[in-house]
Every structure is written in structure tokens, then in C-alpha cells.
Design a protein around this ligand. Structure first.
Ligand SMILES: *Cc1c(COP(=O)(O)O)cnc(C)c1O
Length: 369
């Protein structure tokens, strides 16, 4: 390698050889079994993830957006309801709310963490003449929002809490995993997530057997038994047996991979020069799904990194309420932090298979921002 080789933002082909061997064996065994949807690996993965999370129930589904839609439907969100969500988290909760005929209502985030905070949640709930049915708390970039305090506020007003853990799987606080604080939680196994499948996948998890039961029925046409459609909002959102078998192989590596991400993130934090700050400390309530710089000179910083051969990305460039296809998102509330964040955030490569020489090149470039 020469110093001029580009450092990719992510590289999913760098699968560690021991894991690749296990994945190949798992896929071969599914192929030979002839059971391709919701088979024994699927059921076992649901149990193994539940035990990892300390949650009573895990329901595997087709992807993380379906997981949000089904979790919202399970807590009773339906046509005409409103759903509170932040505007800076990629739009997934907004899309899921829309699919249910509900209206997403955005509230602003903390300027320090870019996460939801209990004060803005309370303001958003009380600004609505009719209380919203549900609130989506997104643990953005893998950092846990102050979910205990937020849940307390939501309970006061009877608002259900859905935690979106697509970026935070494995983050934990006071011995509890992200996703086990609210009423129900969701995650995604999209290949770039911290626990990624080799295709799409997602899951809903909760301690509430009734909510889980609803999701189990809705993910398969609303069947209460085979060919009997007993509940509303049924659809097809199942996890493939091959993906479940791959996720079974990868789950035991999740904690070590999250630790490696945090180590890399901590090195960037120590190296970064004065014209930018790196969000979030390398603590256990952060998975370092993304390592994000905040700077008022983003264009210059990005050009500097590109010139050093370092690929970067922006999460996310346009807040939900400014998206062309979401004109009904309420603008009753000030969203100036979310709007500013969209101009100031810059994500660095932080995947666990970065090499030592790549990491030190990134450190050197960060030191002279
Ligand atoms: C990726 C992601 C989703 C959506 O997951 P898909 O599997 O791509 O549908 C939802 N929420 C957040 C925060 C995400 O990062």
C-alpha cells in the first residue's frame, strides 16, 4: 500500500477469515436443509438475540423500516394519529409513520449531542392540542439518547415509546441494553449496521408479550392461524433463513466489534484539531456506528480529508421536514438545531476492519484540520 491509497468509508468485503468460514458453512447448511423462510435458524436467532438483549421477546422481520412500522402499529398508531420523531435521523421513522397513515411531527435535538432530550420532548407533546400516540427515540450514530428521562415524560402524557436501535445495537447503560427502556424497540440488520446481514433484515423487541404477539401476526399477513386473517395491518415482512443463520454466526462477535469501533473513535477524538469536535465519548452507551465530526467549516474539512485520500459521508444532508415528499411534517416547532446539524456533520470511516496504517493516516489528517 502506498500512502495515496484511498481509505474507503466502509468496506464490507473485509470479512475476517474465521467469520467467513463460519458464514459459508451456515449458508451451505441452510441450502441443504431446504427450509428457506422462518425455519429453525430463524427461531434460534430470535431466542439468541433476546437473550443477548435481556428482552423477553424478539420478532424477526424483513428490514428496519418494516420493524418501525410494525412496532408503531403494535402500540396502536393508526390513520390520523401523530407520531413524534426527530428530523435529523435519516427519515426512517417519518416513512414508517406515513405508511400507517399517521402524521410525523418533528421536534428538535440537543445542540451538544444531536439527540432527543426530555425538555424538547415535553415541549413537543404539550404543543400538540391532541397528544401524539407514540414517540420514536432514535439512538443516532449509536449513542443512547437520555431514554430513561424521556420515557418518564412520555408516560406522564400516555405516549408510547418506540426506541430505534438500528445504529445502537449493543449500546448499554446501567446494565441495560438500548431498546429495553421504552415500550418496544426496533433494529435493522442492513449490511452496514453494527450487526449486519448479507442482505436485508430487521427485528422488533419488547418485554410485552401482547405487543410481540401483534407484531408476529402482522408480519405474516395478519394470520392468527394458517390462512386465517385475524388482525388488521397484516403484510409480509419475514426474515430469510439464510440471513438468520448468518446473523447467528455474527452475533457473538458484536461486542468485540463495537469495542473496536469505540477504540478507533477514541483515537480520532484524541487526534482531532481545533476547528472541529467529535461527537460522543467512547463509553459503553455508544456503539460508534458512526464517528461524526461537527464543524462550521465542513466543506473545507471534507476537502482536506479527501485530499488526504480519506472518504467521508454525511448523515444526514437534509432534515425530514425539508424533504420534498414530506410536506405535511409539522413546522410548528423550531427545528433550527436539526437544520444547522445538516450543514455541520461529517462522518469518518470507523469500521472495525480498518488497518493500523489507515487509522494513523486518519489521525494525522485530523490533527491538522
Ligand atoms: C438503517 C436505519 C433504519 C432502517 O433500516 P432498513 O433495514 O434499512 O430499513 C432505521 N432507523 C435507523 C436509525 C437506521 O440507521
Amino acid at each position: 500500500m502506498t500512502p495515496y491509497d484511498r481509505i474507503p468509508f466502509n468496506d464490507l468485503s473485509r470479512i475476517p477469515p474465521d467469520q467467513l468460514e463460519q458464514v459459508e458453512a451456515a449458508v451451505a447448511s441452510v441450502v441443504k436443509s431446504g427450509w428457506f423462510v422462518m425455519g429453525p435458524h430463524h427461531d434460534a436467532f430470535e431466542r439468541e438475540l433476546a437473550s443477548y438483549l435481556g428482552a423477553n421477546e424478539v420478532v424477526a422481520v424483513g428490514n428496519g423500516t418494516d420493524a418501525l412500522e410494525l412496532a408503531l402499529a403494535a402500540v396502536g398508531v393508526t390513520v390520523g394519529d401523530s407520531v413524534l420523531t426527530v428530523a435529523n435521523a435519516g427519515g426512517y421513522a417519518t416513512v414508517a409513520s406515513r405508511l400507517l397513515g399517521a402524521t410525523p411531527v418533528c421536534f428538535d435535538v440537543s445542540p451538544y449531542t444531536l439527540l432527543a432530550d426530555p425538555v424538547s420532548v415535553r415541549n413537543a407533546i404539550t404543543a400538540n392540542p391532541v397528544p401524539p400516540k407514540a414517540l420514536v427515540v432514535t439512538h443516532l450514530y449509536g449513542a443512547m439518547a437520555p431514554v430513561e428521562a424521556i420515557v418518564q415524560v412520555a408516560r406522564e402524557y400516555g405516549v408510547a415509546v418506540v426506541e430505534d436501535c438500528a445504529q445502537s445495537l449493543g449500546a448499554h447503560l446501567n446494565g441495560k441494553q438500548s431498546g429495553t427502556f421504552g415500550d418496544i424497540a426496533t433494529t435493522s440488520f442492513y449490511p452496514t449496521k453494527n450487526l449486519g446481514a448479507f442482505g436485508d433484515g430487521g427485528a422488533v423487541f419488547t418485554d410485552d408479550a401482547e405487543l410481540a404477539g401483534r407484531v408476529r401476526r402482522m408480519r405474516q399477513y395478519g394470520w392468527t392461524s394458517k390462512y386465517r386473517i385475524g388482525v388488521a395491518h397484516g403484510r409480509n415482512s419475514r426474515m430469510d433463513e439464510i440471513q438468520a443463520a448468518i446473523l447467528q454466526v455474527k452475533l457473538p462477535y458484536l461486542d468485540a466489534r463495537n469495542s473496536r469501533r469505540r477504540e478507533i473513535h477514541a483515537r480520532y477524538a484524541a487526534a482531532v484539531g481545533g476547528s472541529a469536535r467529535l461527537l460522543h465519548g467512547a463509553t459503553n452507551d455508544f456503539t460508534a456506528h458512526l464517528s461524526v465530526l461537527v464543524t462550521d467549516e465542513r466543506d473545507r474539512v471534507r476537502k482536506h480529508l479527501t485530499a488526504a485520500g480519506i472518504d467521508t459521508d454525511i448523515h444526514y444532508p437534509l432534515p425530514d421536514h425539508l424533504q420534498a415528499f414530506h410536506p405535511e411534517v409539522s413546522e410548528a416547532i423550531d427545528l433550527s438545531v436539526s437544520e444547522w446539524a445538516a450543514t455541520a456533520v461529517l462522518s469518518l470511516p470507523v469500521f472495525p476492519e480498518l488497518t493500523e496504517s489507515e487509522i494513523s493516516r486518519i489521525e494525522s489528517a485530523l490533527a491538522v484540520l
